[in-house]
Design a protein around this ligand. Structure first.
Ligand code: ATP
Ligand code: MG
Length: 281
C-alpha cells in the first residue's frame, strides 16, 4: 500500500460558540487518504464533512485526536506553511475565491504569497491554466466568466501552489450541468494525469460514483468506507441516513424489487445498459 498523505486519527471536534462549547461535530473520525487516490466524501447536511475537510489543512484543529498531513502534525504551528503547500482547498462558491480582476493575476496570487520567484510564477500560472482548460482566458476578467469557468480558475489558483493533495468542498454545488461536468473532468484529470490526490465532498451521487473510494459520514462519524460499487449496493442503508444512490443503481434496485435478476453493481451508464440488455436477451 502507498503512503498516506492525510491521516486522521480518532478526530473529535466541537465548535466553540458564544454560548459555550457546542455539541460534538466530529465524533472519533479515523481516516487515511492514500497518496494518488481519488476519495469522495458523502453525508447528509450537517454530518460534519466540511468540518472534517477543514482539518486537512489546519484551518481547524482537532479538539481530540490527531491529523497528520504527509506525517506533519496539523497542530504544530511551525508546520503550517508546509501543510498549506501540501494540501490545497477549493470551496463551494467560486465568487468568494476570486481575488483579482484578471484571470492570470488571480491564479498568481497564492504562489506570490508563498514567495515563489516571479519567473517561476509565470510558468506555474500558465501550466495551471492549461491544466484546467482555461489558458485562452488568461487575460479575461474572472467576474465575467461562467460559474464553472470561475471554479476552474479557483482550482488553477490552488494548482499553482503545486499541492500534492487537493480537497474540494462541494465545488460543483453552485454550477449548472455543463459547469459541473467541466469541473469534474478537470478534477479527474488532475488525479489521473498529474497524480494529485483528490478529496471531493459532494452531494451528487454521479460524481461520487467516479471516485476510487467513498467515505460516508453521519453525525460526525464514518459509517461506510469502500469502493463506490460496494457502498452503493446498500441502497436501503444509504436511504436510512438520508442519502440517495446513483440513478443507475436506483433503477437496477427497483427492477430487483420486482424480482428481476439484474446486478446491483452496474454503476456506469454503459454497465447499466449492458445489464438491461442481458435481461432482455
Ligand atoms: N462555525 C460553526 N459554528 C458552530 N457550529 C457549526 C459551525 N460550522 C458548522 N457547525 C455545525 O457543525 C455541524 C457540522 O457542520 P458541517 O458544515 O461540517 O456539515 P456538512 O456535512 O459539511 O454539511 P453540508 O452538507 O450542509 O455542507 C452542523 O451541525 C453545523 O451546524
Ligand atoms: Mg459542508
Amino acid at each position: 500500500m502507498k503512503d498516506a498523505i492525510i491521516n486522521a486519527e480518532d478526530v473529535r471536534f466541537s465548535y466553540v460558540t458564544a454560548e459555550g462549547v457546542a455539541p460534538i461535530v466530529l465524533d472519533g473520525v479515523s481516516l487515511s487518504i492514500e497518496e494518488g487516490s481519488f476519495v469522495a466524501v458523502l453525508g447528509h447536511n450537517g454530518s460534519g464533512k466540511s468540518t472534517l475537510a477543514k482539518h486537512f489543512n489546519s484551518i481547524l484543529l482537532p479538539t481530540g485526536g490527531k491529523v497528520y498531513v504527509d506525517g506533519m502534525d496539523t497542530a504544530d504551528e511551525e508546520l503550517l506553511l508546509s501543510i498549506r503547500r501540501t494540501v490545497g482547498m477549493v470551496f463551494q462558491n467560486p465568487d468568494n475565491q476570486i481575488v483579482a480582476n484578471v484571470v492570470e493575476e488571480d491564479v498568481a496570487f497564492a504562489p506570490e504569497n508563498l514567495g515563489v520567484p516571479p519567473e517561476e510564477i509565470r510558468l506555474r500560472v500558465d501550466d495551471a491554466l492549461k491544466a484546467v482548460g482555461m489558458y485562452e482566458f488568461r487575460e479575461h476578467a474572472p467576474h465575467l466568466l461562467s460559474g464553472g469557468q470561475k471554479q476552474r480558475i479557483a482550482i488553477a489558483g490552488v494548482i499553482a501552489m503545486q499541492p500534492r493533495c487537493i480537497v474540494l468542498d462541494e465545488p460543483t454545488a453552485m454550477l449548472d450541468p455543463i459547469g459541473r461536468a467541466d469541473v469534474l473532468r478537470t478534477i479527474k484529470e488532475l488525479n489521473r494525469q498529474r497524480g494529485v490526490t483528490v478529496v471531493l465532498i459532494t452531494h451528487h451521487m454521479d460524481e461520487a460514483a467516479q471516485a476510487d473510494r467513498l467515505v460516508v459520514m453521519t453525525k460526525g462519524r464514518v459509517i461506510a468506507d469502500g469502493a463506490p460499487k460496494e457502498i452503493f449496493q446498500d441502497v436501503e442503508g444509504l436511504k436510512a441516513v438520508g442519502l440517495t444512490v446513483p440513478e443507475t443503481t436506483q433503477l437496477l434496485w427497483e427492477l430487483r424489487q420486482e424480482g428481476l435478476d439484474v446486478p446491483l453493481d452496474a454503476l456506469s451508464d454503459e454497465e447499466c445498459a449492458q445489464a438491461l440488455k442481458e435481461l432482455l436477451a
